[in-house]
Design a protein around this ligand. Sequence first.
Ligand code: FAD
Length: 597
Amino acid sequence: MSDTIKSGIAAVKVLEEWGVKHIYGIPGGSINTLMDALLAEKEKISYIQVRHEEVGAMAASMHAKFTGHLGVCFGSAGPGGTHLMNGLYDAREDHMPVLAIIGQFPTTGMNMDAFQEMNENPIYADVSVYNRTVMTAEQLPHVIDEAIRQAYAKKGVAVVQLPVDLGWKDIPAKAFYSSAAAQRKYPNPSMNLADLEAAADILNRSEKTIIFAGIGTRKAGEDVIKLSQKLKAPIAVTAINFDSFPHDYEALLGSANRVATKPANEAFPNAETVVFVGNNYPFAEVTDIFKNVKNFIQIDLNVANLGKRHANDVTILADAGDAVRELTKIVQEKAETAWWRANVNNIKNWRDYVRHLETKTSGDLQLYQVYNAINQHAKTDAIFSVDVGDVTQTSIRHLHMNPQHMWRTSNIFATMGIGLPGAITAKLDFPDRQVWSLSGDGAFQMVMQDLATQVQYKLPIVNVVFANAQYGFIKDEQEDTNTGYLGVEFMDVDYAKIAEAMGAKAYTARKIEDLNGIFDQAENDRAAGFTVLIDAKISVERPIPVEKLVLDPAIHQTEDIKKFILRYEAEGLKPLSEFLEAEGIQPVYKSTELGGF
Ligand code: FAD
């Protein structure tokens, strides 16, 4: 064995020791030492050539969301690096460990105002938890190792700028190592019994409790359901936490606000107690969702988030699963309550409405029937990489999710274009699972060049494009806030033709009756190893705005209710107040005007 090693190769070996399998990016003169090192190590780590660096960074961020492990991407000096930004901000906002390696001019030309040469450090200062320029060849592997440790420990983006000449230099082979084997997770905190007892005391007395479960309850869905059943407390989720629970659990209210379902929005104003568990709901203050709540119990692992969204009556610093299991042991079992029955009936009524839309067999093709086809063809452990826009809202309403599924998107940064890159990494990370990319046409157009990446790497992904030639989510906002529409409609495009030209199997659905045949064929193509695109030409109507329901005769005019029902095909959809009154509960807050943004 040689006594020396190229510094760039040593750096890539550090990545390998941390378990990195894929690295996304586009080469450039200023990052070519990394390319050389990746070539040398190609049996151990796969370089994935994307068509836009943004897609590489989004794939890296989504890799972390799907697997919990570090995502890695790179870009060359100047524009190659700055193209990564949306993906890096996505990772920052969702607290995902991502490493970005940025090319830099050779050290001899640094600080000389040479071509594509600039002080890169400030560019990445805001997005990162660690941001350093490598100064010597010897320190390159060390800086990469440090960056990875920081990305994991601080749950964020680490950026390393690499002057291109340094990676070609020889360094002593024994002088570098990775700290991957030294990593340990913090054990869950031990729980404070007095806090648990205080929570149990409130829960035993409360007649109208909601468990509001955020993604801190992932992997603990069954435990949350046990607590829900014992307390007769329905479960609301944050919009990104639907895949923790079976979609047909009778007391699953769904999510609140706009990417939301009707039962959740209606239940909160009527609730007496909220168990806010593993949850950092970002609409809490701006919608005043908890304004009628009398008791607020928070369970969270992160001390920085304790008491953040509402004043707590009880605070439990604990792992969500641990605390929920402990609470379930000590609370008293309730017999079926009026609150439970009213909510379960309201949920049933909502599900009937949703099912009616999904299973329509006549009329224009609407997004609902497309979801019906997806549900019919989705495997029980399918992975959904979901874009931002109407598709975020409609996916949580219409996909029949369960805890074997994985559903991921751009949660907080909410960048359009995340669906397709997420599907690339999901298929590379879980080659044996069925992977769907679900996007609106607006978001798809931002990244559609990378359908070629899916084809090039023979990734059998089913990409569904909900195409109605509009930015629907924003169009609906303009309907509510603006004097008219501007910039929210665009020219329709034949996405199937584009996909075919890139070598994918492609179909265009225009009618409800097209769907079954097309999805059957798509599934056969996928099983045969082809990338597939389904261009679903759907109608333009607005999905029901559950944050602005007009259904309750106590607060709305009969004419307005009729118009609302007609527009949203909502015959038979009833307000929660009807179910509460039938159970002898006086609705305390009949309006569901919760704001929305
Ligand atoms: P996080 O923000 O990640 O918070 C999780 C919390 O759990 C943190 O406090 C963390 O410390 C804690 N935690 C983590 N692990 C544990 C553990 N093991 N034990 C205990 N605590 C733990 N969401 C909605 O609900 N309604 C909407 O209307 C909505 N609109 C959206 C619109 C768009 C276009 C998009 C893209 C997203 C939208 N979202 C919506 C999602 C929203 O932006 C947030 O991402 C989501 O509400 C946050 O969910 P969370 O609080 O569960 O996750």
